[in-house]
Design a protein around this ligand. Structure first.
Ligand code: FRU
Length: 550
């Protein structure tokens, strides 16, 4: 698998679709795989939801809940109770909302005018002038069925996918609807719904924008390094709103954009819009990287607050993140693909290759330089915890350490807060330069080590996967580092380590490192070591995490 797609909570079930080649453990003939869960950890494998077809591979995209059947694609129609409220989804598409939208839709962006050809491609109703683009729900794909009132289902619509059909010649956006709650998707008869004649135009992510009463699509003009915004009221007809970029990292392609309003922690009700743009290749560590911009979105354009970009990760194996649709505001949960295009098709595999990060929540926090920074925390790990592994630590003297056995064949979660002693300057041995370093080391009997270190003088963290011998390749970078912008001698950390997957959340999610790790045999020992200066370890907990798949 690669990218997560179509992440949506349907009110009962979390859906996780993903880029999947059913024929080989690498990308080539991409379909949408599918899994479902009620806790984001225990997944049930489902049949393929969208196939590769003669029209192309099924590239990345999203799923939205067309609750009121504004697309008109669902055969059973019923007016919904307008008092029904829902988090991120439209109320009934009222005439007022349609009227409010049409003037802004009329302002087609100047560099991508919708041509008469494009209008034709949108289907029969698109030939109308922009002022009349909204069709009342129709049932062109299936004949309408009007059952007696007592048997009407509670919802008029259902799940709708918007995704890219890709051939070497073209990339266009397709619409598909699901007759069975997300198991299968049926392509709309008048696809593509968006074609601007480019062969690098992909990865639509759609959300309901309540203030302007319309669906908004973010999608990339990949080689032009632009994120394009489109608006729609019926999910079938898309009008250009604006373009953003080139900005931040250029790389070769922009991919998988996401736009979401996030809360600022400890800031009352304030929020900002955050635009995520994945870039490949061309990340500063090599290959794939996801950058983010903090700003505002007015329903038409994204206005960055400043020219600073952030990266979601200080290592290089978190890519193509997608945020869940249809969760309440302030519950922004995402998955990223745990991989990097530089080596994802070469890393060791058995019957499978490719995985997702743990589910993570997103928010914003002001760092000690007053910048708004992304905060990422694992979501709901507690529910997987087994019995705590006893490991009493406390103070560790300079040049000493403590160790404990950890279970293999099971993930573990380690949390701790460390304060390294103040540097004595000059040192008794006359060496005045050395600051304390603190090491968290996972190892095995084969002499392999995976180290996470903290340098108390510069307040920087490093991660070293170079002493594991299960995989090497020129692009498989061995060491990463990041500054921690907090009290320089103190840091907190949560580490989740599974067989081939290491996730580090430092300082309560302010610095995150996601790294594939390939020991040649399982890591079965954890040690904590202080060098040059002693350290105080507090709030330590160590848990085995329950297996969620066999
Ligand atoms: C990102 C990406 C997307 C594309 C998909 C193809 O990893 O390249 O741009 O839709 O993967 O599998």
């Amino acid at each position: 698998m690669n990218d997560p797609n179509g992440l949506i909570f349907d009110g009962h079930t979390f859906h996780l679709y993903y880029q999947y080649d059913p024929f080989a453990p690498y990308a080539g003939q991409v379909h949408w795989g599918h899994a479902t869960s009620t806790d984001l950890y225990t997944w049930e494998d489902q049949p393929i939801a969208i196939d590769q077809t003669a029209a192309g591979e099924a590239y990345s995209g999203c799923v939205v809940l067309d609750r009121d059947n504004v697309s008109g694609l669902f055969p059973v129609q019923k007016a919904t109770d307008p008092s029904e409220t829902h988090a991120r989804g439209p109320a009934t598409a009222t005439q007022a909302a349609i009227d409010a939208l049409t003037p802004s839709l009329g302002k087609a962006s100047s560099d991508v005018p919708l041509s008469p050809e494009n209008m034709d491609a949108l289907g029969p109703s698109a030939a109308a002038p922009f002022g009349h683009v909204f069709d009342p729900p129709t049932t062109t794909d299936l004949p309408p069925v009007t059952p007696p009132a007592s048997t009407l289902p509670p919802m008029a619509g259902g799940l709708v996918a918007l995704y890219t059909r890709a051939t070497p010649q073209q990339q266009t956006q397709y619409l598909a609807w699901s007759p069975d709650g997300g198991k299968r998707f049926i392509d709309y008869a008048h696809n593509p719904v968006l074609d601007i004649g480019l062969n690098s135009f992909r990865d639509p992510k759609v959300f309901w924008h309540e203030p302007s009463g319309k669906w908004v699509m973010v999608v990339v003009k990949a080689r032009a390094h632009k994120v394009a915004f489109y608006g729609s009221i019926d999910l079938k007809h898309w009008m250009p709103l604006s373009d953003f970029g080139p900005a931040g990292l250029f790389g070769v392609d922009y991919e998988c954009p996401n736009l979401i309003e996030l809360p600022i922690e400890e800031d009352g009700k304030n929020t900002r819009w955050v635009l995520f743009v994945s870039v490949n290749p061309g990340g500063p560590q090599g290959g794939s990287v996801t950058q983010y911009f903090v700003g505002d979105f007015d329903g038409e354009r994204f206005i960055p607050e400043n020219t600073v970009i952030g990266l979601t990760d200080f290592a290089k194996d978190s890519y193509a993140m997608q945020v869940y649709e249809n969760l309440p505001l302030n519950d922004a949960v995402y998955f990223a693909w745990f991989g990097n295009w530089q080596y994802c098709e070469e890393v060791p595999n058995r019957s499978w290759r490719g995985l997702m990060t743990v589910p993570r929540t997103l928010s914003l926090r002001r760092d000690d330089m007053n910048w708004l920074r992304l905060v990422q925390r694992p979501k709901g790990l507690e529910q997987l915890r087994g019995e705590a592994i006893p490991f009493k630590v406390g103070r560790i003297g300079a040049q000493s350490g403590v160790q404990v056995s950890i279970p293999t064949g099971q993930a573990i979660e380690l949390s701790l807060t460390v304060t390294v002693d103040e540097r004595k300057n000059p040192q008794p041995d006359g060496n005045k330069g050395r600051a304390g370093r603190f090491l968290i080391v996972f190892s095995n009997g084969q002499g392999e080590t995976l180290s996470i270190g903290f340098d108390a003088f510069s307040a920087q963290l490093w991660l070293d996967r170079g002493d594991l011998h299960g995989f090497s390749q020129p692009f498989f970078t061995e060491r990463f580092s990041t500054p921690l912008t907090a009290n320089s001698r103190r840091f907190s950390m949560k580490i989740v380590l599974d067989a081939c997957a290491l996730e580090i959340f430092a300082n309560d999610g302010l610095s995150v490192g996601t790294a594939l790790v390939f020991p040649s045999s399982p890591l079965d020992t954890l040690s904590l070591q202080a060098t040059n200066a002693g350290a105080m370890v507090e709030d330590l907990s160590l848990y085995p995490l329950r297996k969620t798949m066999n």
